[in-house]
Design a protein around this ligand. Structure first.
Ligand SMILES: [Fe+2]
Ligand SMILES: [Fe+2]
Length: 224
């Protein structure tokens, strides 16, 4: 482990990047809050949101497993896949608690499922394109994970706040803590490998913002 100079440099990159992410997404906050408030107020829809989040977490953990299977797979990556799989389980458990029945990853039990699947697939293509000259499965994994964690932290933060305002018993504290640790970990590993490039990160973040905004449109349509 390098002494703190590198860590300090990294965390100032991350602090600035988080501030930039918040500013770039400020116009999506009200829409997202309105959507979350109306979903939380309607248990059957809320259960479908939770089941959709479970699907996204499951796809995330599957994506890590499908791309990171070399003999050199390390402890942080194994921990990451385990925690994402746990998030999928946690969201499913909460979804079924709210719905008071078993839920599957089928259209009737999900919200805007094709847009959720498209979000992941297109984000992966955008990441691979942005990293074209690098051709490193590891760098692609770290970038894609880092970008997803920016959104996860932003979205779960708003969601947790909306749950508290509605005095809902569900708390996302543990999930938020883990997503935050993943984000820091991805940024640190990219930085340590000399692969953290501001312009490249900005390019993928801009693509992610368009994809998320499209998913938001679809979610709004699904409840109206
Ligand atoms: Fe997660
Ligand atoms: Fe995560």
């Amino acid at each position: 482990m390098q002494p703190s100079a590198e860590l300090t440099a990294h965390s100032s990159w991350l602090d600035a990047a988080l501030a930039r992410f918040a500013a770039d997404n400020a116009d999506l906050v009200d829409r997202t809050r309105t959507l979350l408030d109306s979903l939380i107020a309607e248990p059957q829809s809320h259960a479908r949101l939770l089941n959709t989040l479970s699907l996204l977490e499951h796809m995330g953990s599957h994506k890590i497993m499908a791309t990171q299977h070399s003999a050199a797979i390390d402890q942080p990556t194994l921990r990451h896949v385990a925690e994402e799989a746990h998030h999928a389980y946690f969201m499913k458990r909460q979804a079924e608690k709210v719905a008071q029945r078993a839920l599957e990853y089928v259209a009737d039990d999900l919200l805007a499922p094709s847009s959720a699947r498209m979000y992941f697939q297109r984000l992966e293509s955008a990441t691979v394109r942005a990293l074209a000259e690098q051709r490193s499965a590891r760098a692609a994994y770290l970038y894609m994970s880092m970008i997803v964690e920016f959104r996860a932290l932003w979205f779960y933060g708003l969601y947790d706040h909306a749950l508290k305002s509605a005095r809902h018993a569900l708390s996302l504290k543990r999930v938020l803590g883990e997503e935050q640790a993943h984000l820091g970990d991805m940024a640190m590993r990219l930085e340590a490998g000399g692969e953290l490039d501001d312009a490249r990160a900005a390019e993928v973040l801009a693509a992610e913002r368009r994809l998320f905004s499209r998913m938001l449109d679809a979610l709004e349509r699904a409840i109206n």
